[in-house]
Design a protein around this ligand. Structure first.
Ligand code: ZN
Length: 134
């Protein structure tokens, strides 16, 4: 069974910590040992697993991504005028997995799961599946 999270994003580009919502889905699934699969069905919004202790990390990642990928470029051809968002989202990726151990996400001590918005604000969707071990 696939679950769907609806995540409002507050800015044009931002990271939104979705770890708590994902952990709650895992808890409700009652799966003790297995694999959590996450998939973002978008093209200008991705996902990453990154540090959740210092918000400066999210700031710096956005800073670098904006610097690497200019918002406008005379060479861009995409008619929607949001090529930067497509490139930045691809850099983050659209699918991740996390092991589930003893009913909990087996994330590293400083890790959180982040939706990475590059063409917001809007409401995004994250597809989640918790697959129990056989
Ligand atoms: Zn586009």
């Amino acid at each position: 069974m696939i679950h769907e999270l609806h995540i409002p994003t507050p800015a044009q580009s931002c990271f939104v910590d979705i770890t708590a919502q994902v952990a709650e889905l895992v808890r409700r699934s009652a799966v003790q040992e297995g694999t959590l699969m996450l998939y973002v069905p978008h093209t200008t919004c991705g996902m990453t697993i990154q540090e959740n202790a210092d918000p400066g990390v999210q700031h710096d990642m956005l800073h670098v991504l904006r610097r690497l990928v200019p918002r406008t470029d005379p060479a861009y051809r995409h008619i929607e005028d949001n090529s930067a968002a497509h490139v930045q989202a691809s850099a983050m990726g659209f699918s991740h997995f996390v092991f589930v151990e003893r009913g909990r996400l087996r994330l590293g001590r400083w890790q959180g799961i982040y939706l990475a918005e590059f063409d917001g604000p809007r409401t995004r969707h994250v597809l989640v599946k918790v697959q129990p071990d056989r």
